[in-house]
Structure formats: C-alpha cells, structure tokens
Design a protein around this ligand. Structure first.
Ligand code: PEP
Ligand code: MG
Length: 577
C-alpha cells in the first residue's frame, strides 16, 4: 500500500479513476506526421496564425485609450511578426520537408531565431527576441486549444504537477467535473486553492514527486482533516473500508446541513456575522445559495470576472455580471466589491504584465489600478452604478500607503462627478474600505482608521508579507502559517485601531473559513468573517458550539504565545471535530 500525504484544501473522501496529466505533448510533437497529413497540418498552422492575429487585434481595440501608445505598438509588432514571410516560411519548411507537427515546427523555428538574436548585442534585438518568444507562445496556445478534449478529465481525479487558476476555470466553463485533484505544487492559500475550494473539489497539494508512484487506475483520496492522505494502489478491502468511511463523512455533513438555517450565534448569545467570498457566478454557484445562510458578501473578487473575459470587460458587461452574481441576494444584504486585484499569480491572458523579479512585491492590486486609471475608472463606474440597485461598499486591495487611499479616492470622486453630470444615479454615501494585507497598514493602522470606513484583513497576503514567505512556495512553505503569533498580534493591533475610531473590521482571507483560526479570531474580538460558500456551514456549526466569553478569556494566552505550535495547542481544545 502506498500512502502519500500533502496539504488538504477542501475536505472530502473520493474513490475514483485517475487522470495522469503528464505533459506528453512535447514528445508527441516531435514525432513525424504521415505524408498525407502535411496539408492538414499547414491548414492548422494557418488557422492558428489567423486566430492569434484576430486575438491581438481585439486586444488592441480593447486597450486603445487605456494604455499608452508604446504598449499598443508592441501588439502591432506581434501582429507583423505573425505575418513575417521568413518566420512563417521557415515553420512551413519544417512541416513540409521534415513532416513535423505545427507546434514543434513553431517551437524549433522560434528557438533558431532566438539563438540568432541572442548573439547580437543590441537592445533592439533583445526586444525582438522577447517579441518572438511571446508570439510563438501565443501561436502554440492557439494550436493546442483546438486539440484539447476536456471531456477526458470528466469525473476523474486529476493528478498533476500544477494547474493554473485559469485552466481550472476553463475546465469548469466546459462543464468538466473533477472528482479530486492531487498535485505537487503547494500553497494552500494560492488562488488555485481558493478556486478549488469554491468549486468544492477535494484537493491535496504539495504531494512529492507526483508522477513517481505506482498509481492504480482507481485510487482513494481522503482529505478529511484528521487523516489527509492518498492511497495510490488500494486493495479491494481498503476500497470497501473507505466507502464506509465516506458514508460516515457524508452523514456528518448532512448533520451540519440540518443546522443551516439556525442563526450564527454563540452559546452565550453573541452574533458572529458570516459573509460570503465570491468570484464569479459560474464558479460560485451563487444562485444555489440560500440568502438566509449569510449576512452578505464580504469579498467579491472582481478579478475573476476579468480573468474569464477575453478582453477587459466593458462597464456594461461588468454591471451585467454584478447583477448576475448578486441575483439571489436581497437588496439589503451588504456587498463588498473589491476593485481589481490583478498581478502576481492572478494574470490576464490578454494583458502582458511587466517582467519583474518579484511580482508579489510588484505591480499588484491598487498599484495596477492607479497606473492604468482608465481601467480603474471603468470599474468604478460599474460599481457605482450597481450601488443604485444594491447595498454596495467599495474595497481597495493591496493598500500600502495613505497616499494610495487618497489617490484612489480622488479617482472615485472624479467618477462620481462624471456620473452626476450624466444624471446617472448611485449611492452618494457609499462606504469605502481597504484590505489589510501589507504590514505598513498594521503599523499605521490608526492613521488609516481615521480615513476609511472599514478594514478587511486579507490574511493570505498579510501572512505572506509579515513572514516574508511566498504563499506559493514549495521550498519554505512550512514557514507560511496564519497561526504564527506575529500574524495574530498584527490582526489584534488593527482591531484595536478600528475600535478606537469606531470602524468595522472583518477577516476575508482563508483564515476566516478555517475552524481553528475562527476560534483564534473570535478570541481577538473579530465578529465578522467572510469565507467561501463551502466553509459556511461548518463555520456556523462551530460558532454555535462555542462560548464567546471563554474565548475572550484565552485572548491573552494566545497573544502571549511564542510559537505557532503553542497557539494551535490552545485552539485545538475548542474544536470537537
Ligand atoms: C487575502 O490576501 O487574504 C485575500 C483575501 O486576497 P486574495 O486571496 O484574493 O489575494
Ligand atoms: Mg490578497
């Protein structure tokens, strides 16, 4: 029996067939194609070129007025490259004379050109080299996309080194249901993990050397908290044993479900407000959610709307999307819309971010919006317009300085002015808050508290920046923990500043949906928690079993802990799962 372990993202027990996502494409691409398929391969190449050019043209139209002329010139240069007779004829030569597949021919030809430019010491040629690499990636993607058969993944447990959030979204969009995911890549607060949780896919991350095991066709994946594991080669007895365990687990879930409509209140009558984290209607299945279950939406991650789009969504498209997403919630329920939080592991296929050595410390969140003000203004117009129909609040992500808040508010005031001139109604008293993700906000918490309406702690990023540990890291991942006393003290520090100025504070990072972390947050006096829909029921069930007064009494113990282990030891007493 081969048992593998990793980090659980979403709890569940699944027994099912696997899909090993080994990248064999390169191998297949190298193989020669039969002579009679050369014509077909040339047609594929032409279709791929056509698609890439059309995508680039659309991108150019979309970006006009939003980015500077220099960036538009890059797109034009890419279109010209796709029409370059020398480049294209060299690719075709490989297809026709050496009977190679189009993808391989593009790759080989590109490498030849890159080698040529590499040896020329000139910035112009360096740029040319980057352009050609970029264009070839786009062309290969276009060639691959027509070949992909997503159905192969359906109802399988996907075993992969890594899958990107956009790929998972694509599978979901194609109607593919994954039974589970096992992957080598770690990072349980990565956006991929958040998405897997939202899609309710039992997922195990950080499994070593994932392809180097004796996988049987049918395996067991158990991500229930007490015994997270994978059995790669289960015996019939083990399958029977886990089928029983699965039934027991489902019964427990059912029990929790029965308490769904009860209020989220502690044993001693303290209300704990549970809010939803949402991305996009398609993956959050918001329309299936009973509005009574939650207080409102504590975090609407708008970047998912942008990530699913082919180009920057227009004001009307965004407005329509908000209407769709918020459809099943009542008009009174508060909705916090976070402005675009793009950058680092959240990329747009149609917008090239600058190459930075440390993208997590680079152009992200509000920094992007303040740089590309037109994109920001379009989003603010859409948010303000929906505020006329719903109880909306605005939240800025990745705030580092007070000046950023002031600058963002200036843009907001300008947009409000434009709407007034156009006689378009919006909520004149709309509240504006910030995410607490960067340590500078902790240090300056009181100053921020004077200028904003509310704080929402983004514990995923806050943990990463306080501990200087990449939330996606496989090498130093053990250092990343929101239970580190430094993180808890930081949260308490902002909480005190918020109280002093009578401002609201909530937590919307993954901590808010983690049972142990909920106990810690409640002990610090945080009573507003925002989490993915899949965590709401167990959070409510936990809250109903806790006594707030007792938790207040452990606050000092928790804050005086020196290590993460000490914190966890205190907390585990309060979790009877
Ligand atoms: C966070 O950082 O905790 C957060 C909620 O933002 P995101 O996970 O989208 O970066
Ligand atoms: Mg964040």
């Amino acid at each position: 029996m081969e048992r593998l372990s990793g980090n659980c993202v979403y709890e569940g027990i699944v027994i099912g067939e696997i899909y090993l996502d080994i990248d064999t494409n390169l191998q297949n691409e190298k193989e020669n194609i039969p002579f009679e398929e050369i014509g077909k391969e040339n047609l594929r190449l032409e279709a791929g070129i056509k698609k890439s050019i059309s995508d680039l043209k659309n991108l150019k139209i979309d970006l006009k007025g939003k980015v500077n002329e220099k960036e538009l010139e890059i797109i034009e240069a890419h279109i010209l490259l796709l029409k370059d007779p020398m480049y294209i004829s060299d690719i075709k030569k490989l297809i026709e004379k050496e009977q190679k597949k189009a993808e391989y021919a593009v790759k080989e030809t590109t490498e030849k050109f890159v080698r040529l430019f590499e040896n020329i010491d000139s910035p112009v040629y360096r740029q040319r080299m980057l352009d050609i690499k970029d264009v070839s990636n786009r062309l290969i993607e276009a060639l691959k996309s027509e070949n992909e058969d997503y159905k192969e993944f359906n109802n399988k447990i996907l075993i992969t080194k890594e899958i990107y959030p956009t790929e998972l979204l694509k599978l979901h969009k194609e109607g593919v249901e994954l039974k589970g995911i096992i992957m080598e890549y770690g990072g349980t607060t990565s956006h991929l993990a958040i998405l897997a949780k939202a899609l309710k896919i039992p997922t195990l991350m950080g499994v070593n050397d994932v392809f180097n095991h004796k996988w049987k066709e049918k395996i067991i994946l158990d991500t229930t908290e007490e015994s997270t594991c994978v059995i790669a080669d289960p015996t019939d007895e083990e399958i029977k044993e886990y089928e029983k365990k699965r039934k027991k687990f489902l019964r427990k879930l059912n029990l929790i479900k029965q308490g769904a409509h009860l209020p989220s209140v502690t044993q001693d009558g303290v209300n704990i407000n549970l809010y939803l984290n949402l991305g996009d209607s398609e993956h959050d299945k918001i329309n299936e959610i009973d509005r009574e279950l939650v207080k409102g939406v504590g975090l609407l991650r708008t970047e998912l709307i942008y990530m699913k789009s082919q180009t920057f969504p227009t004001e009307e498209q965004q407005l329509e999307k908000y209407r769709q997403i918020l459809n099943s919630l009542s008009k009174e329920q508060p909705i916090i819309i976070r402005t675009l939080d793009i950058g680092a592991d959240k990329q747009l296929s149609y917008f090239k971010m600058p190459n930075e050595a440390n993208p997590f410390l680079g152009l992200r969140g509000i920094r992007f919006s303040l740089k590309y003000q037109d994109i920001f203004e379009t989003q603010l117009r859409a948010i303000l317009r929906i505020s006329n129909e719903r109880n909306i609040k605005i939240m800025y992500p990745m705030i580092t300085t007070l000046l950023e808040v002031r600058e963002a508010n200036k843009v907001l005031e300008k947009v409000k002015g434009d709407l007034r001139k156009e006689n378009i109604p919006f909520d004149e008293n709309i509240e504006v808050g910030i995410m607490v993700e960067v340590p500078s906000v902790i240090m300056m918490a009181e100053a921020f508290a004077r200028e904003i309406d509310f704080f929402s702690v983004g514990s995923n990023d806050l943990t990463q920046y306080i501990l200087a540990t990449d939330r996606l890291s496989e090498t130093v991942g053990e250092l990343y923990s929101s239970f580190n006393p430094a993180v808890l003290r930081a949260i308490y520090h902002v909480k005190k500043a918020a109280d002093k100025y009578n401002k609201k504070i909530s937590v919307c990072g993954e901590m808010a949906g983690d049972l142990k972390a909920i106990v810690a947050l409640l002990s610090l006096g945080i009573k507003d928690l925002s989490m993915v829909e899949s965590s709401i029921l167990s959070a409510k069930s936990l809250v109903r079993g806790l006594e707030y007064k007792t938790l207040e009494n452990i606050r000092e113990n928790i804050l005086s802990c020196e290590t993460e282990e000490q914190v966890k030891n205190i907390l585990k007493e309060y979790i009877n799962y």
